[in-house]
Write a protein that binds this ligand. Structure first.
Ligand SMILES: Nc1nc2c(ncn2[C@@H]2O[C@H](COP(=O)(O)OP(=O)(O)OP(=O)(O)O)[C@@H](O)[C@H]2O)c(=O)[nH]1
Length: 934
């Protein structure tokens, strides 16, 4: 990589530059020294030549003195040219602006080697004024005057010779002069030479010390640099090691693994813990890349390759997730990052990065996704509309129900407020903005709020809205969630309920409750204004017949037809209601008695002429109507209704299909009125548990130990007084309450018998209505079984007239219960016209002789004869006889005389309480079966 290389050169340069500098300086010094020494040597050589020239010149001049040989003089001149050249050169170089060519020529003339001349000039110029050089040149300059004297001697000798004036004295003087000059020059030469020697020595010393110093500097520098370098290396190695340790710690302490792929070699490094996880041996060896890649899940290999290819192609971020097979052969998820490095041509050479074990995160993501899918599927499948918005109030999600409810599709991104309007029912129809409210942080509508949703097309729907904020991880509001419940059905249901509360479902007429409310309102108006109204109570005649013959559906249809027939003949202001079953009520508002009677008659006729047929079978339909004029008589609501009911009952009694006007003074009506009052009292007494049983002994005249009682029903008044059955039984019979009372009696009697300490036979009276009822027979059997009372201790009493009136059913009833062990007693026997004729059909155990005969038999022979006959025939037929109403001793005596088996009456025993009021009875309302009289 270029950057690190540059970094390496500069580092190297930084490292060695002091050495280079010192060596360069040393080299320069050496070069300088060599040059100086070389120049010095040249000067030494020059000095030698100079000395030789001077000596040769003196010698040649001496010869010339001897020989006057011009050749010797020429040799003199030649010898003198050497010191002369040197002198010229020195003088030239000593000027401020020397003529180097002249100096060079001079030095050449001085016999110096041309190669040395530049060095000699440089030395002269450089060191001219420096100690040794200065001294040497000064010494050299001293020779000039001697040489000049020599030349003067030579010239004068030459001239004298040429003129022939050179005599011996002149020669002697010349020789003496030459000796003097020679003697004067010799020390100068020595001194010059010594000075140069000293200079060489000095330079050598300088070189020696400078080289030594440089070597020392180099060594110190090397030591210093090396120490610094080593310290730096130690520091870097320490830092690297610390960094590596940190990395290793970080890597081993995290889920991260490190990978480093040498692409050309196809080898990969994996951090140790992952090597172990994948089951690769060793700690630091590089692994075959393909062997590692083979551990990538086959389904993920293409993804990984594609991510690498993309990274190699455009250097995009390499980041991918894949599964890797671990040593224990299970796959774990990893998230990998990486970066490739390339060569100069851009070809990836190496790729390194990290990978992180994200299995847990993936598992959580999968769980979250599953959860989200579940939530989405749930949201998609629920009927309520759910939508969410972002913080700007734009819709981010809607379930299908929301799309349907709001009437918009693909509304994601739209502002919620543009999709519909919400009107608050409770707040004066104000527009309501749940999203704004939630986003503003106002309290959420978690309870729900009733609103009208108005769609863009103007249609509206009643909804209940729950709005709540959604929060992000930091707890800030991240949006709003709205859940709408379409209230249409609820509203319809509520409307229907409220309609149902006041209407009859079958006919659509108002029901009894609503009818009574309307009637109550009319009656309440009376003190202020006397307006005449009329109340009609209609009860279809023999309606049961239609039900029984053609089924309930036919009865229903008839009721509907009756309803529409009646409605046709009534005014809008009038109220027609179905009061229950086949009973209807009419309020004729502002209608006096006469027109009311006419209208009632019209209604009766309309029903009479109603041609109702079911399944091809025609029915004669008629109605009985009770009419009450609501004038100034101060009737209460209850009075009015009861009066109409009673009048209707009278109409029935008088042969049905008629209108009966209620007149308060009418005796017959007064009786009925009383009976109807009893109906209420009986119901109340049952509800308030105010019935109880008394027991009167039926004494076995021949077997005093045998105990037999008759259970008698009593009603306890509010004031605690006891009411005998004669007071309420007629009403109960007339209004079909007997089955209800009989059930109470049977249940209470059996419960009380179970609690009796002694064994006794109990006679229980049953009404004709109960005997004719299959359900009652079933009830008795269940009660017998549940009570655990011995059936042979139970004796049912039915009156002879009841039995005969419904002989077949009575016979079946008696047989069924006798088969279970019960006994039967035929009450009031003898009262019927043909009692004996029926007796053989009735498998009873006891004959209870009608009390009227018993009471009269003491004084009336026919009564006695009747009693005797019954007793006799009873015995003949294997039945036991009972005399009731044995009120005194005379009757008792006669009873004994006749041979009657049992006697019952005040002479023997008065009725005694047998059960506490309703002590053992289950609350009756749970037992009110279909026989309950409403
Ligand atoms: N189909 C049908 N029958 C009903 C409905 N409600 C009550 N009933 C029957 O209506 C009959 C009412 O009979 P009653 O009024 O007691 O007797 P009836 O046969 O009309 O005889 P009278 O009233 O004495 O002339 C009973 O059999 C009830 O079961 C109803 O909604 N639909």
């Amino acid at each position: 990589m270029p950057t690190p290389r540059l970094h390496g050169y500069s580092g190297l340069l930084r490292l060695i530059w002091p050495f280079v500098l010192v060596v360069a300086l040393l080299a320069l010094l050496s070069m300088g020294s060599i040059n100086v020494l070389s120049a010095m040597r040249a000067y030494v050589a020059g000095e030698s030549l100079w000395s030789k020239g001077q000596k040769d010149a003196i010698q040649a001049l001496g010869i010339y003195l001897d020989t006057r040989d011009p050749a010797a003089y020429a040799r003199y001149r030649e010898a003198m040219s050497v010191p002369e050249g040197d002198r010229i050169a020195r003088l030239t170089l000593d000027t401020a602006k020397p003529d180097f060519a002249a100096a060079e020529r001079g030095l050449l003339a001085g016999g110096n080697s041309p190669a040395d001349i530049p060095g000699m000039i440089w030395l002269f110029r450089t060191f001219r004024n420096i100690s040794y050089m200065d001294r040497a040149i000064s010494v050299w300059a001293l020779g000039d005057q001697h040489l000049a004297q020599l030349d003067t001697v030579a010239r004068s000798v030459r001239s004298a010779a040429e003129q022939g004036t050179l005599d011996a004295a002149a020669i002697r003087r010349a020789r003496s002069e030459l000796d003097r000059i020679n003697n004067a020059l010799t020390p100068i030469e020595r001194k010059f030479s010594n000075t140069l020697g000293e200079a060489s020595q000095a330079i050598r010393n300088v070189l020696y010390y400078s080289n030594f110093g440089a070597a020392l500097v180099l060594i110190l520098l090397a030591v210093w640099r090396t120490r610094r370098h080593m310290a730096e290396r130690d520091r870097l190695e320490g830092a690297l090691q610390a960094s590596e340790e940190r990395l290793q710690l970080a890597v081993s302490g995290s889920h991260y693994g490190v990978w480093d792929w040498d692409i050309p070699a196809n080898l990969v490094y994996l951090s140790p813990q992952y090597r172990a996880l994948f089951g690769f041996p060793g700690q630091h060896d590089q692994l075959d890349f393909d062997a590692v890649f083979a551990r990538v899940h086959p389904e993920d290999q293409a993804t990984v390759r594609a991510a690498m290819a993309s990274h190699f192609a455009d250097n995009s971020v390499y980041e991918t997730e894949f599964r890797l097979r671990t040593a224990d052969d299970c796959y774990r998820w990893y998230h990998a990052h990486g970066q490739a490095s390339r060569d100069g041509t851009g070809i990836p050479q190496r790729m390194a990065g990290t990978f992180e074990d994200v299995t847990e995160r993936k598992r959580m993501e999968a769980a979250l996704q599953a959860e989200q899918e579940r939530a989405l599927v749930t949201l998609a499948s629920i009927g309520d509309a759910v939508l969410t918005t972002d913080t700007q109030g734009s819709i981010s999600y809607m379930n299908p129900a929301a799309e349907v409810l709001l009437g918009v599709r693909h509304a994601t991104g739209l502002r919620f407020s543009t999709t519909c309007h919400l009107i608050d029912e409770a707040r004066n129809e104000q527009e309501f903005d749940p999203v704004g409210q939630v986003l503003a942080g106002e309290s959420a509508d978690t309870e729900g709020r009733n609103l009208w949703l108005i769609r863009k097309d103007g249609s509206e729907t009643a909804v209940r809205l729950v709005a709540a904020p959604m929060h992000d991880e930091a707890g800030h509001i991240a949006g709003a969630a709205l859940a709408f419940h379409d209230m249409t059905r609820e509203r319809q249901f509520v409307a229907h309920l409220s309609w149902q509360a006041s209407h009859d479902e079958l006919t659509g007429l108002v029901n009894r409750r609503e009818f009574e409310q309307r009637l109550g309102r009319l009656l309440a108006e009376r003190p202020q204004r006397v307006i005449h109204h009329a109340l009609l109570f209609l009860d279809l005649d023999q309606f049961k017949l239609v039900n029984d013959t053609s089924g309930h559906a036919s009865g229903d249809e008839l009721l509907r037809q009756v309803c529409s027939t009646l409605q046709r003949h009534l005014r809008v202001d009038d109220t027609l209601a179905r009061l229950g079953g086949d009973e209807f009520g009419v309020i004729l508002q502002g209608c006096r008695l006469e027109p009311a009677t006419r209208i009632a008659e019209t209604l009766r006729e309309a029903i009479e002429t109603l041609h109702f047929a079911w399944g091809g079978q025609p029915f004669n339909i008629s109605v009985s109507i009770g009419l009450v004029a609501l004038d100034d008589t101060p009737y209460t609501l209850e009075d009015s209704m009861r009066a109409a009911d009673v009048a209707c009952y009278m109409a029935k009694e008088k042969g049905r299909n008629r209108v009966q006007h209620y007149q308060p003074g009418d005796a017959e009506i007064t009786v009925r009125y009383g009976e109807m009052e009893w109906v209420q009292r009986i119901h109340r007494a049952l509800e308030e548990h105010r019935f109880c049983l008394y027991a009167q002994d039926i004494v076995a005249l021949a077997e005093p130990d045998h105990r037999h009682v008759e259970l008698l029903l009593r009603l306890i008044n509010d004031d605690g007084s006891v009411v005998p059955p004669s007071a309420f039984i007629p009403a109960a019979e007339r209004y079909n309450l007997m089955p209800l009372l009989d059930r109470w009696v049977v249940r209470t009697a059996l419960a009380s018998m179970r609690q009796q300490p002694e064994t006794l036979i109990c006679s229980i009276n049953l009404s004709g209505a109960s005997i004719g009822d299959d359900a009652f027979l079933e009830f008795v059997c269940t009660q017998l079984q549940d009570s655990g009372v011995e059936a042979s201790h139970v004796c049912f009493e039915i009156t002879e007239t009841t039995a005969i009136a419904n002989l077949n059913r009575a016979t079946l009833f008696i047989h069924a219960l006798k088969a279970r062990g019960c006994r039967f007693s035929l009450d009031d026997f003898g009262a019927g016209m043909s009692s004996f004729a029926y007796l053989k059909h009735l498998p009873v155990d006891y004959l209870k002789i009608d009390g009227a005969f018993v009471k009269g038999m003491v004084n009336d022979a026919s009564d006695r004869a009747m009693v005797e006959a019954i007793n006799h025939i009873g015995h003949v037929m294997g039945k036991r006889t009972i005399a009731e109403f044995v009120e005194n001793e005379a009757i008792l005596t006669t009873t004994r005389e006749i041979g009657i088996d049992y006697a019952q009456g005040y002479a023997l025993c008065r009725p005694q309480p047998f059960s506490l009021p309703d002590a053992a009875a289950t609350p009756l309302h749970t037992e009110r079966g279909k026989d309950a009289v409403s």
